[in-house]
Design a protein around this ligand. Structure first.
Ligand code: UD1
Ligand code: UDP
Length: 364
């Protein structure tokens, strides 16, 4: 029996882990132990995903959140090292690019424990983003690099990795999306649309949380002035991330929320339901950009660059640096209801199975 210790901490990681944890649970010779760093802690940023997606209860919850990046990451490294020493795992499994990802990778690498990185190889080529540092460093600590796309695999080859270190498996978020779409439609859609008084393809869905947008008053102001302009003619639904809520209050920009339909963060199935029925998604989230495409909804991404360049090339996603409210308004109005070219860069929804195979090969 091989012991896999999976470290999660933030909302998108719970969602990704839901697919892989189920796949790992079917393997008799693999035993997964889940560790939650505590990075996301509100009920609707954490527990709701474990309940709704049937993710096993974490064996450890470290309760580490907030503070500056160095402080948070350091505390995680310290406590994860103790867990790794106690459990002696055969493999540490990490997802994506958060501080929880990097902390687990560094703690494991120093103890010479092999690391599997799911969503390896993504790059924005902007090292001012905390996520870019986290994923580059994690990739360079990892033994198993599971990439979602051709572009991600190419990025790793350019950084000097050997082809045999890289396993392209597709995107685990597609696995989850395919498993959940019908459930969302059947169990959640009608009631949620009724409750929020929304009509099919007659509203925009938006999420904003990325540090370079929330912590820069000019960008935050441009984004929310742009959304206010849009809201004069279109319903704009905003499940509000706690970081963004805090910054809007801090910069005295709360009045820009007045015309938006502001709601607390949603469960995954609720989010899928609102994505499917929107005529445009406006976001700075990594995961939501892809989900827009999975559900064939056009996306406007308010960032300077994206890791998911294939969606921009195929015109499913439009990238816009959020500097001017009027520009955000105009581009959103043009892009609503549009469709991109038919592409399938994220595999067939089998990423979890392929990752399990990759892990078994390591132990063979
Ligand atoms: C983190 C990740 C980001 C990811 C995002 C997903 C890093 C560096 N960033 O950003 O890559 O896209 O999660 O959502 O790891 N807060 C709450 N309740 C919560 C969680 C957060 O109030 O449950 C507030 C706290 O004030 C906290 C702030 O949000 O200080 C930021 O949280 P943090 O986890 O540091 O970063 P995110 O912006 O959520
Ligand atoms: N999500 C959710 N509820 C929300 C907003 C997002 O369930 O209110 C889901 C979304 O569907 C996607 C994931 O969270 O699966 C994306 O996470 P997030 O935007 O927090 O982080 P990122 O992907 O940018 O790292």
């Amino acid at each position: 029996m091989k012991k896999i210790l999976t470290v999660v901490g933030a909302r998108p990681q719970f969602i990704k882990a839901s697919a892989l944890s189920h796949a790992l649970a079917t393997e008799v010779e693999l035993n997964e132990i889940l560790v939650h760093t505590g990075q996301h802690y509100d009920e609707n940023m954490s527990a709701v995903f474990f309940d709704e997606l049937g993710i096993p209860k974490p064996a450890y919850h470290l309760g580490i959140s907030g503070g500056r990046h160095g402080e948070m990451t350091a505390e995680m490294i310290k406590q994860l090292e103790q867990v790794f020493l106690k459990e002696s795992p055969d493999l540490v499994l990490v997802y994506g690019d958060t501080n929880s990802t990097l902390a687990a990778a560094l703690a494991a690498a120093k103890l010479h424990i092999p690391i599997a990185h799911v969503e390896a190889g993504l790059r924005s080529f902007n090292k001012r983003m905390p996520e870019e540092l986290n994923r580059i460093l994690t990739d360079h600590c990892a033994s198993l690099l599971f990439t979602p796309t051709d572009v991600a695999s190419q990025n790793l080859l350019h950084e000097g990795f050997e082809q045999n270190q890289i396993t392209q498996v597709g995107d685990v978020m597609l696995d989850v999306a395919l498993l959940s779409k019908e459930r969302a439609q059947q169990q959640v859609s009608t009631q949620l649309l009724n409750t929020l008084d929304l009509q099919h393809k007659d509203y925009f869905l938006t999420t904003i949380h990325r540090q370079e947008n929330t912590d820069d008053v000019n960008r935050l102001k441009a984004i929310f002035e742009g959304l206010s302009l849009i809201a004069q003619s279109k319903k704009v639904v905003l499940p509000l991330h706690p970081r963004t809520k805090a910054r809007l209050a801090q910069f005295a920009l709360n009045q820009l929320l007045d015309d938006l339909l502001v709601i607390p963060p949603l469960s995954y199935l609720e989010m899928v339901a609102l994505e499917c029925h929107a005529s445009l998604i406006i976001t700075d989230s990594g995961g939501v950009q892809k989900e827009a495409f999975f559900h064939q909804v056009p996306c406007l991404t308010l960032r300077d660059e994206t890791e998911w360049v294939e969606l921009v090339e195929a015109e499913w996603n439009t990238l816009l640096k959020p500097s001017h409210a009027q520009e955000i308004y105009e581009v959103a109005m043009i892009k609503q209801g549009s469709q991109g070219k038919p592409i399938s860069p994220y595999g067939q929804g089998q990423a979890s199975q392929l990752i399990v195979q990759g892990i078994k090969t390591l132990f063979a």
